[in-house]
Design a protein around this ligand. Structure first.
Ligand SMILES: [Zn+2]
Length: 239
């Protein structure tokens, strides 16, 4: 284990001492031929375990939501093995599967919707954002730094692009991992290293149904903001 990742502050909790190098995006999201040079961050044992649990869920489910070749191949080669080992998850998916109409531009096409526990996916992406802040800007987010996640439909994604990233082009990092299995952009503010914004697309943008059984689905990338917790207002001194 390289000293780069051991004995540091854990990038995920900003508190404990790290004892392992964690892949910020789990290797299992990628095809085996696409796993070179994936970003890593220092993690403590407890965060590593918690993140692995979330990844176990996400790597089985997210390829269902894709429009990307790697996800399709992932779905047929690796996901069945993952689901084989997880009977409750298999049941959850089978019971929730249904046909809905999704809209992409003017065309409508039937697509499969499976129930996704978005709270668990959000938890995972909050950790991923913390890992990315460490990888890209060598900043450890404090344990109380606020990490807010937002699902970006096409309009919001455009807003991110036009209003946030385009005006700061020189400072924006853009990375493409594993043949675009993951594409992300990040920007750290110059006056506060705890403040950053991210746009993360997996498998070409996941589809999340806007609401269960609803007529429209949203094409989604994930937006994340990090910011310092606001300091409590100082009490007036004196009596
Ligand atoms: Zn930790």
């Amino acid at each position: 284990m390289s000293k780069k990742y051991k004995g540091k502050t854990c990038a995920y909790c900003g508190d404990a001492v790290s004892d392992t190098a964690d892949h910020v995006f789990a290797r299992e999201f990628f095809l085996e031929s696409d796993r070179d040079q994936l970003p890593k961050a220092p993690a403590c044992e407890s965060c590593n375990r918690r993140k692995a649990d979330l990844e176990h869920y996400a790597t089985a489910l997210l390829p269902f939501g894709d429009r990307h070749a790697a996800a399709a191949s992932n779905l047929t080669t690796m996901v069945p093995k993952r689901l084989q080992k997880n009977a409750p998850l298999r049941r959850e998916i089978a019971e929730g599967m249904r046909q809905v109409m999704t809209r992409e531009g003017a065309s409508r096409s039937p697509s499969l919707v499976i129930p996704v526990d978005t709270a668990r996916i959000a938890d995972l992406f909050r950790l991923i954002a913390r890992g990315l802040v460490w990888c890209e800007f060598k900043t450890v987010l404090a344990s109380d730094t606020v990490v807010e996640l937002t699902w970006l439909n096409a309009a919001l994604a455009r807003h991110f692009e036009d209003e946030i990233f385009a005006p700061h082009g020189d400072y924006v990092v853009t990375r493409r991992l594993g043949n675009d299995t993951v594409v992300y952009q990040g920007l750290q503010t110059s006056d506060c290293d705890q403040a950053s914004v991210w746009r993360i697309a997996m498998y070409g943008g996941l589809w999340f149904a806007a609401e269960a059984g609803g007529p429209d689905a949203i094409a989604s990338t994930i937006g994340v903001f990090t910011r310092p917790r606001l300091a409590p207002r100082a009490e007036p001194s004196g009596t």
